[in-house]
Design a protein around this ligand. Sequence first.
Ligand code: AMP
Length: 189
Amino acid sequence: MRLILLGPPGAGKGTQAKILVEAYGIPQLSTGDILRSAIAAQTPLGIEAKAVMDRGDLVSNDVVNGIVSERLDAEDCQPGFILDGFPRTIAQAEALDAMMAEKGIKLDAVIEITADADELVRRVIQRAKESGGARADDNEDVLRNRLDIYQNQTAPLVAYYADQGLLKTVNGMAPVDQVTAAMKAAIAS
Ligand code: AMP
């Protein structure tokens, strides 16, 4: 199974991806997690990405497309994968389509997790408290920037995948287990 989770920061993509990993036995492929690991390891990629991420801006398409292309070839991704946080732009979605066509694989579904802006701000502030500031991009100003970027650059993917007949939408404001149930039902349908 090959899935994309789409939704604004704080909608619950990461939480749900981790639950689906257990349920379906396929890996979560989070470009944000990969970039944070690169920062922690102080690789050239991490050093380059850190300032961009701290502002809440998007890392360049070339960088994230390269990360994903490499991951898709790995052994653990052969049974399928859950993309979380990629694609975030139409250009990335087109690059993913091209990569997958080249590898002879297809997406099964794109699940959009919706949530209202006030709730997202509340959740991200909560996450910042719980993580003790581990994520420099979890503060209100940066979050507002990330939400603007989501609206302007990522939200157009909803129509992009609806046109491909792949889009399923679930209400991310529901409790975690209900969101999971709705996602599983959407995947099965
Ligand atoms: P996330 O953990 O998905 O919220 O991503 C954290 C940050 O990593 C984002 O705010 C971006 O700076 C960067 N990032 C993650 N995925 C992408 C992507 N697909 N395109 C560009 N930047 C990304």
